[in-house]
Write a protein that binds this ligand. Structure first.
Ligand SMILES: *Cc1c(COP(=O)(O)O)cnc(C)c1O
Length: 413
């Protein structure tokens, strides 16, 4: 997809708009699959929360991906998209026993991340196999909000509690069929990841009837030029070798599983929005766009740096701009960025807008969430309508005659 394609989409479907390039998703899926070509049984479970439009889920299903889900609604979405229940894994954090039972009833595989629920679930349903989420306490991740493996993290069962865990398994006679870790987003150092994997292998030896080991995710993708990305080819080679070795030791050919979100969809996404105002102050030139953190919150929430280009004037002279939103709070997308000269009405393109962008969008400031378009085989398909005023108010209950009107009282006098 090129600038002309993107501009045409903005014209056809209006802006702001999210656009996803299916081919990029396919190539990332294949890249990861090839990187782990050395293992006999590989399972990629796409993390639905990154981008959960049903057409994206269907694309993943067609590629042979499974689905990693964190809420019962994501499980239902997966089923609606055509995933077989056994290809859906439910990996929530801190949800109720009832929600886990509901997912199990729908046939999803269950991943439990705390001892209390493990004991309750195991006592009630000793026949349903369960995967356990281990916290290896290895510090990884690019941002403290998305790094979830450290010692005081709320995620997973601490490796220091394995003896307690084993007692629960023994007492309930439940069947542990998988072990899992997810150390957090953005693996920068492969050796740190391999170190965490060793802890997982060590833990795995305690469970004789495993089918799979799930290494979570955290593959970092570049967000700007010169950014480090996870070398998945090197990781693939090293971890595959070690995994095969472990399987021999363990005496069974296990499945190696991953649950990538960002890696598969981040770079496939573009967010297009129009410049409403160019405002020159004494120190800064602001480009105010027709959007804000209601549509794309990552820069404000995580300090994420999304590349921004002016696709209306790609050959224009480069100048420095601060790109800001229209929300009535500071919502800065980029400070003093070099961008081709911007005029009011130009369309700016935000890159890496596939993962955690639309799915984190809200109606803050009573704005509509934008449409989503899927670019597939050189054709643009609308996969979500722009919201309208009815969407905004549909769940609001307008209680009649609740308040006495001061105006009317005043009028009577
Ligand atoms: C969010 C999440 C993922 C996906 O992480 P990415 O960084 O997007 O690849 C994988 N597994 C679990 C359990 C998650 O919560």
């Amino acid at each position: 997809m090129n600038n002309a394609d993107l501009l045409k989409i903005a014209k056809t479907f209006g802006d702001p708009v999210y656009v996803y390039d299916a081919q990029k998703i396919v190539s990332q899926f294949n890249r990861l699959t090839n990187a782990f070509g050395g293992v006999k049984h590989l399972k990629l479970n796409y993390a639905a929360k990154a981008l959960s439009n049903i057409n994206i889920l269907k694309l993943m299903n067609s590629l042979g991906s499974g689905l990693d889900t964190v809420s019962i609604q994501e499980v239902q979405l997966g089923l609606l998209a055509g995933f077989r229940p056994e290809d859906i894994i439910f990996t929530p954090n801190g949800v109720s026993l009832e929600e886990i039972e509901e997912a199990a009833k729908l046939g999803a595989r269950i991943n439990i991340d705390n001892l209390s629920i493990l004991e309750q679930f195991g006592s009630k349903h000793p026949d349903i196999p369960v995967c356990i989420r281990i916290n290896p306490h290895v510090m990884a991740g690019g941002n403290s909000n998305i790094s979830v493996g450290h010692i005081d993290s709320k995620f997973g069962i601490s490796i220091h509690q394995i003896p307690h865990l084993l007692r629960i398994v023994e007492l309930t006679k439940m069947n542990i069929n998988g072990i899992h870790m997810h150390t957090g987003s953005d693996i920068l150092d492969i050796d740190v990841f391999l170190y965490a994997s060793e802890i997982l292998f060590e833990t795995a030896k305690n469970f004789p009837s495993l089918d799979f080991i799930d290494f979570g995710s955290g593959f970092k993708v570049p967000y700007k030029e010169g950014d480090i990305e996870t070398n998945v080819e090197e990781l693939g080679k090293k971890l595959s070798n070690r995994f095969n070795e472990f399987c021999k030791e363990y005496g069974k050919e296990l499945t190696l599983a991953f649950e990538p979100g960002k890696f598969l969809v981040s770079q496939a996404g573009y967010f297009l929005t129009k410049v409403n105002v160019v405002k020159q102050t004494t120190s800064t030139v602001f480009a105010s766009v027709d959007s804000g953190f209601n549509h794309l919150i990552r820069p404000m929430l995580y300090g994420a740096s999304h590349e921004i280009s002016n696709i209306s004037n790609p050959k224009g002279r480069e100048r420095y701009y601060s790109v800001v939103g229209y929300i009535c709070e500071t919502d800065t997308f980029a400070s003093n960025r070099r961008i081709n000269e911007i005029s009011e009405g130009d369309i700016l393109c935000f890159k890496n807008a596939g993962a955690y962008c639309f799915t984190m969008a809200s109606n803050y400031n009573s704005r509509f969430r934008p449409p989503e378009v899927l670019w597939y085989k050189n054709k643009a398909h609308l996969i979500r309508e722009r919201e309208n005023f009815d969407d905004l108010i549909q769940n609001q209950v307008d209680v009649k005659n609740l308040f006495e009107s001061k105006k009317e009282k005043a009028a009577v006098k």
